[in-house]
Design a protein. Structure first.
Length: 72
């Protein structure tokens, strides 16, 4: 297995240190895997569609704005 070094804000590091029971490397690995699966899924959709990545970003932004408006 390969090791990786991350830079995080000091304030976040202090909070993480206080939670000694957490397995932060496992949490990070799962987050990386999840993001990669999401990116792979988006890529597979784009290959089958005429919609562009830019179109997806615009739609996503509109949805997020509407949700924020509803919750605000």
């Amino acid at each position: 297995m390969t090791n990786m070094t991350l830079s995080i804000p000091e304030s976040l590091f202090e909070k993480m240190k206080a939670m000694k029971e957490m397995r932060w490397s496992e949490i990070a690995r799962q987050a990386f895997e999840s993001k990669i699966k999401e990116a792979d899924f988006e890529e597979s959709l784009l290959k089958k569609s005429k919609i562009t990545a830019k179109d997806i970003e615009e739609i996503s932004s509109k949805i997020k704005r509407e949700i924020a408006k509803d919750l605000g």
